[in-house]
Design a protein around this ligand. Structure first.
Ligand code: GDP
Ligand code: MN
Length: 398
């Protein structure tokens, strides 16, 4: 789960990390009061969307040369003007894709004087199974570009969970950023607090770009992006409360209500599969035969008829879907339950695209019989290869 920058800064503030004072607003009328509360003399008006690259982004329909989604000003009138320009606008950045994202919230901050911009992020490194730090002097820019052009400017290390964060980790960060004396000490404190925040809140990713050295020589987190481990959200109701569903895919929200592992993709073939491995193989084989999957969907091991019905409805409700492939290997999952779920869903919402069903495993004959006797126009398939070819042919023919 992702949250907005202003919410992420709220979390960091709880852990004593240095962030600017700011006020989140939802309406342009709130801008003047927010500016007064902060007092100036410099304000930063920041679009809040779940995507980065806002500073260099552009608003749709804005005149050429107009500034992006993060604007710095010394004028209270401009704070109000920027707020009315940004709110409701559609911001396009390198991360949003062409469609952009509508800006519904702004964060107005007191502006900081910047002496240097650094990069710092943390993530769960799957290779080591540890929390890793990624640190660079090259902040404020695209870190992927830095990694590509000047990889020697990126320092990484991971923290052994048996010892937790240690003073030498803080020294490693200070060294990577070229800091000494009091600033190195600050980097050490920052490193320790970041690690505590990361582990206490079950984050999967925390990116501060830029981490800055302010005009008066202190470290400050000027931007913050946090992703949380969804599997741990049950123990963080305070984080769940920060969820902004307008930033998420409506189909994924619906799927999460039924505990379905569902990811929306860009293609045309809707897939209903059990087991993540089989689902991945199904996506691969669809691509192999020249089409693109519309989603990843793992209905899970012991899905109920209700869950299968919900899954099928989510797939059919997607206007991108031009054909559906049900690929089930019944182990714990029983083929007759799948068959009944599919039929219940089709009865409820209809079926306007070709449907290929491949069933194998527990209760397979019962499942096939349920589908045969339903009178539905289903294309049966014998194995994965056959199923993929049939659905690709059906979609291409349509
Ligand atoms: P992003 O473009 O979505 O990553 O948004 P950021 O929060 O990183 O802001 C983009 C850029 O705006 C930063 O890299 C800074 O150069 C600038 N910026 C943000 N906040 C301040 C501030 O308080 N003072 C100044 N002078 N510049 C800022
Ligand atoms: Mn940034």
């Amino acid at each position: 789960m992702n949250i907005h920058e202003y919410q992420a800064k709220g979390v960091l503030r709880e852990f004593g990390l240095p962030v600017s004072r700011g006020v989140a607003i939802f309406k342009p009328e709130e801008a003047a009061a927010a500016a007064d509360e902060l007092g100036g003399p410099v304000w930063v008006v920041k679009s809040q969307i779940h995507a980065g690259g806002r500073g260099k982004g552009t608003f749709k329909g804005a005149p050429a040369g107009a500034k992006g989604g993060v604007r710095v000003t010394k004028s209270k009138d401009e704070v109000v003007q920027f707020a009315s320009e940004m709110l409701g606008g559609t911001l396009v950045t390198v991360q949003t894709g062409e469609a952009g994202k509508q800006v519904n919230r702004l964060y107005i901050e007191e502006g900081a004087a910047i002496a240097a911009e650094f990069y710092l992020s943390m993530l769960v490194d799957r290779a080591t199974g540890q929390v890793a730090f990624v640190v660079s002097t090259e902040g404020g820019m695209d870190i992927e570009q830095v990694a590509h052009d000047t990889p020697e400017k990126i320092v990484t290390f991971s923290v052994d969970p048996a010892t937790g964060i240690m003073p030498h980790h803080g020294r490693a960060v200070a060294k990577a950023l070229g800091l000494s004396g009091a600033q190195a000490k600050e980097a050490g404190e920052l490193t320790e607090k970041l690690y505590r925040a990361f582990t206490a809140k079950d984050m999967s990713m925390l990116e501060i770009n830029p981490l800055v050295l302010t005009g008066d020589g202190h470290l400050k987190c000027l931007d913050a992006k946090i992703s949380f481990d969804s599997n741990a959200l049950y123990r963080h109701p305070d984080i769940v409360a920060l969820r902004d569903e307008t930033e998420e895919d409506a189909k994924e929200i619906e799927a999460s209500k039924y505990d379905l592992a569902y990811i929306a993709l860009d293609g045309t073939i809707g897939c209903m599969v059990n087991g993540a491995g089989l689902a991945m193989a199904t996506l691969d084989i669809i691509k192999l035969y020249g089409e693109e999957p519309a989603n990843f969907l793992d209905v899970g091991g012991g899905a109920s008829e209700e869950k299968v019905t919900a899954a099928f409805k989510i797939i059919t409700a997607d206007p991108q879907v031009k054909g559906i492939l049900v690929n089930i290997f019944g182990g714990i999952m029983k083929c007759d339950v799948i068959a009944r779920g599919v039929i219940a869903a089709v009865k409820a919402v209809g079926l306007e695209v070709p449907l290929v069903v491949r069933l194998e495993g527990t209760n397979v004959e019962e499942g096939k019989e349920i589908i045969r006797s339903s009178g539905l126009n289903v294309i049966p398939a014998d194995d994965l290869d056959d199923a993929a070819q049939k659905i690709v042919a059906a979609v291409k023919g349509a």
